[in-house]
Design a protein around this ligand. Structure first.
Ligand code: ATR
Length: 251
């Protein structure tokens, strides 16, 4: 029986085991996928189990996406550029890190009835998922990316990592065609302290959060007749990409 895990902290609310085990069953694979809450000090020990052939693959979530990198032997191009890993596999006795969040976000945007090319994007947040979104947006040929984060230093760090990123202060609202909430604000019913009443219509409000399905941020977008989308398809598509990497089949 091949073993797969999602590691993170907290991990209680992860839906990954449900989806992976469902697809494992559908494809008649001899595998099982579990969640594992890990302390940072136990990360290295967990990874040793790969080389002892006790574990086949893992998904990586907060707070490990970046701090796992020094323990890996190789990174995919996307993982390297974003310094963010969400999927690992042992191949020829080497631990390889992938980033499937990028593909997840790209698929999610492409399936919308909204042409993002040459659009002006405003990103809120500079946490774990931000570099993947920026990388994906650049490939989608957007015209401008503006970003703001409560802790400005983290936004400045992203600016050093990616060309042509414009940083503005937390609390400012620039002109935009697409606004993306990449903060955790909304997970617990919080509001984002910005006045969206004058942004007009025809914009895209995208939230990385998918539980709750409609955050206060998306509700305010909806009110003015904008297109809204939550993070559910991004989540499912990044899961699907990880499944393909491990099992070689598309669920
Ligand atoms: P991490 O910050 O460890 O990468 P994350 O969940 O990936 O964790 O990111 C959380 C994001 O939500 C960050 O952009 C964070 O802003 P800070 O960098 O200033 O912490 C943002 N965030 C969380 N709570 C917030 C709040 N009350 N107000 C504004 N931004 C908040």
């Amino acid at each position: 029986m091949k073993k797969y895990f999602v590691i993170g902290n907290p991990i209680k609310h992860s839906l990954s085991p449900k989806i992976h085990n469902y697809w494992i069953g559908k494809n008649n694979l001899k595998a099982v996928y579990k969640k594992k809450k890990l302390e940072k000090r136990d990360l290295e020990k967990f990874l040793l189990d790969f080389k002892k052939n006790k574990i086949e693959g893992a998904n990586v979530t907060i707070p490990f996406k970046k701090i796992i990198i020094p323990y890996l032997d190789k990174l995919s191009l996307e993982a390297e550029r974003t310094q963010s890993v969400n999927t690992i596999i042992l191949s020829n006795n080497e631990l390889i890190g992938y980033n499937t969040d990028i593909a997840g976000f790209t698929f999610a945007i492409k399936k919308l009835n909204f042409d993002i090319e040459n659009k002006r994007i405003f990103i809120l947040g500079a946490g774990g998922v931000a570099p993947s979104i920026i990388f994906a947006l650049k490939k989608l040929n957007v015209s401008e990316i503006i970003l703001s984060n409560r802790t400005i230093q983290k936004a400045e760090n992203l600016k050093a990592q990616f060309d042509n990123l414009k940083i503005i202060n937390w609390g400012e609202l620039p002109e935009f065609d697409v606004i993306i909430n990449a903060t955790s604000l909304g997970l617990n019913d919080e509001f984002i302290n910005l006045d969206f009443s004058k942004v007009g219509s025809g914009k895209l409000f995208y939230d990385v959060i998918y539980n709750p399905k409609k955050t206060n941020f998306l509700k305010s977008g909806n009110k003015n007749g904008n297109i809204i989308e939550n993070g559910q398809s991004m989540f499912i598509y990044q899961t699907l990409e990880a499944f393909k990497i491990w099992h070689g089949v598309k669920p």
